[in-house]
Design a protein around this ligand. Sequence first.
Ligand code: SAH
Ligand code: AVI
Length: 331
Amino acid sequence: MSERATSEQITVDVRREVEDGPGPDLEADVRRGLTSRLKELPPKYFYDELGSELFEQITELPEYYPTRAERAILEQHSAAIVAAADPQCLVELGSGSASKTRALLMAMRDAGSLHTYVPVDISEGITRDTAARLVEEFPGLRVHGVVCDFERDLEKLPGWGQRRMFAFLGGTIGNFAPAPRRLFLQRIASLLGPMDSLLLGTDLVKDRARLEAAYDDSAGVTARFNKNVLAVLNRELGADFDLDAFEHLAFYDADEERIDIRLRSLRDQRVRIAGLDMEVEFAAGEEMRTELSHKFTLPSLEGAYASAGLELAEVWTDPDGLFALSLARPV
Ligand code: SAH
Ligand code: AVI
C-alpha cells in the first residue's frame, strides 16, 4: 500500500516581502536601474507566473541545451554525487519546477538518507506545485518550501541539524555579476558546516553561435520571457511600457565570458511609471540590460570558489562538455 502525501509533510513559508508583492525592493531596484547610464533591470523580476511558465518553455527549446545537459549529468552521476556529499537535507536555491532534482532525490532515497527537501524560490505558484508533486512522488519525504528572495533570506533557511547539501542548479549563479556572485558564494560558504556541501550547476564557455542561439531562439520564447519583465513593471508599478516598442537582444561578450541580454527601444519614447511618479525616456536604439548569463571554464570556476572561501571537491560534465556540475566545500 503506498503512503499518501499529507499536508503535514508539506510546509510552504511565504516570506512577507514576497507575499505583499515585490514591494520596496522592486521600487528601489527599478528607480536605480532606470536612472543609471546603461539602464538595467534585475533578472529576478522575470519570474511571475507567466515568467516561470515561459522559463519552463525555454528549457524545452531545441536551442536551449543547458537543461538537457545538466539533466544528463544528474541522471548519470546522482549516485556518485550523493555518495560524495552524503546529505540528509537538500536545500535547492531557485528550484523552479525542480524537474531535474528528482534524480538527486532518488539517489538520496536509494542511499537511505532522504529526509528533507527545501525548495527555495521567489515564485510562489511554481514552488507550491513543486512541493505538492514531490511529496506525491516521494512518500515520507518532508518538503519545506520557502518563497523568498534567496539573496535576502539565505541565512534564514531551515536546516534541522541535518547534513545539508545546497543545490544551485540550472546555471542561475551565472545570472549574478561577478562582485555579487562572490558575496553570495561567500555567504553560502559561511553557512556550510564541515559535513555540508554545495552542488553548483554552471554553463560552460563554448562557441558563440551555439551560445547566442540558446538565448535567441527561433520560436521567440526567450524574447517573450525577456519582455515579460516590462509586463511585470506595468502591473506592479502602474507603468505603461508598450512591449511592442522594444526588441529582444542577446549577444556573447567573449571578454567577459557572458551572454548579455537586453531590450532595445525601437523608437524615441517616454514611459510613465505611475507607482514611482517617474518618467523615463528611451532614445530610438537605446538598450536596457535585463540579464547577464556568465559562462565558466574549469579555471574560472575554481577561481570563483577560491575567492569565496570554497574548494572544488569534484566536477562532472555531460558527454558533450556543455555544462558542469561541481561539488564544493568550505576551505
Ligand atoms: N533550477 C531550475 C530553475 C532555474 S530558473 C532549473 O535549473 O531549471 C531560475 C529560478 O530561480 C526561477 O525559478 C526563479 O524564480 C528563481 N529565482 C531567480 N532569482 C531569485 C531570487 N533572487 N530569489 C529566489 N529565487 C530566485
Ligand atoms: C535561469 N538562468 C540560468 C537562465 C540562463 O540561462 O541564464 C535564464 C535565461 N534567460 C534567458 N534564457 C534563459
